[in-house]
Design a protein around this ligand. Structure first.
Ligand SMILES: [Ca+2]
Ligand SMILES: [Ca+2]
Ligand SMILES: [Ca+2]
Length: 340
């Protein structure tokens, strides 16, 4: 499917940071024992960490080079009104375009805490605007925009790219707090990315309280995973979808839902507009998952020594402070170009 474009808002962000973290829950074969698991063989990118702030790839990566997709304009042969090119605005003429709208928010879908369209028009320098104007992101490592499902998506290179969200307090969800994370993702290769994470390993014993949503690796059938984690002692509510295959270089709409019940049954998934069954990996009370770590898009969290950079594209990422119902998740999917 492809594009059409709505509107957005702008804001700012700031600095960069590097990390401490070790293991890779997305590639663990199963329960991980809270220990080392330093065997993140895939993460050769770690050495690039020091280059996070000023990656030369930054420039130009983000500018909206401008509506080049509106090829249809030239059709107005001899039209004296050409100067206006009023047809541009919607770009709806793109072949196969699916209408994307965000007007569902506040009506059929609750209003998100933050929503990053990833459209080129939402990027200014290294700032990624939040359409809710509450939590702008900072592009780190030079991610670029590319064709997405709705307008543009953000393309993360798997080397050092991620988005840091400085307003961490907005995403301070406890085990008693319902929340939802939803995004379109398109993942090439074999590695499962962290889509949105707020965790680190600043706490001794190799882990920290927090949560993250992502996709697992090939050995785990590229299932979707939501983890409320408190690593010392391997405590957590860690649940994955029963079916997988979501790393296949095509767009999938992932909705990770937690109802605030502090149970594994309280974690659920809606993928591509369909409710899917889930499987429990770890079921122990994490107690406290609150932290002061800045969340990130594309890595497990900004406090991680092993951020687990993965190449993928992400579009229309929203975070809610409520648990979306299946019906609401389906409405979101449809509003963002999915085919019900
Ligand atoms: Ca980069
Ligand atoms: Ca977009
Ligand atoms: Ca906090």
């Amino acid at each position: 499917m492809s594009l059409s474009r709505p509107l957005i808002v702008l804001l700012l962000g700031t600095l960069a940071c590097t990390n401490d973290r070790d293991k890779d829950e997305l590639t663990d074969t199963d329960t991980d024992t809270g220990g080392a698991d330093s065997s993140d063989t895939t993460d050769s990118a770690d050495s690039a960490d020091s280059s996070l702030p000023g990656d030369s790839g930054d420039s130009g990566a983000v500018g909206d080079s401008g509506d080049s997709g509106s090829a249809g304009d030239s059709g107005s042969t001899g039209d004296s009104g050409d100067s206006g090119d009023s047809g541009d605005s919607g770009d709806s003429g793109d072949s196969g375009a699916v209408a994307c709208t965000r007007t569902v928010f506040g009506s059929t879908v609750p209003t998100p805490l933050a929503f990053w369209t990833m459209d080129a028009s939402s990027v200014s320098g290294t700032t990624l605007a939040d359409a809710q104007a509450a939590a702008p992101g900072t592009l780190v490592g030079g991610p670029s925009t590319t064709a997405g499902v709705c307008g543009e998506a953000l393309d993360l290179d798997g080397v050092d790219d991620f988005v840091r969200i400085d307003n961490e307090a907005l995403f301070d969800f406890s085990t008693a707090t319902p929340f939802t994370i939803a995004a379109w993702v398109k993942v090439p290769g074999t590695l499962g990315p962290f889509v949105f994470g707020k965790s680190d390993n600043a706490v001794a014993a190799g882990g920290a309280p927090g949560y993250y949503a992502g996709l697992r690796d090939a050995a785990n059938n590229h299932r979707a995973l939501l983890d409320l984690v408190n690593d010392p002692g391997n405590l957590g509510r860690r649940v994955q979808t029963s079916t997988g295959g979501y790393v296949d270089d095509t767009w999938h709409h992932l909705v990770y839902i937690y109802d605030g019940s502090n149970t594994v049954a309280g974690i659920s998934f809606v993928v591509d507009g369909q409710s899917v069954t889930s499987t429990t990996i770890v079921n122990s009370n994490p107690g406290d998952i609150l932290n002061d770590v800045k969340p990130a898009i594309g890595i497990r969290g900004t406090g991680a020594s092993d951020p687990a950079f993965r190449p993928f594209q992400v579009d229309e990422l929203g975070v809610w402070g409520v648990a979306l119902t299946v019906t609401q998740a389906q409405a979101l999917y449809a509003a963002l170009g999915g085919t019900p």
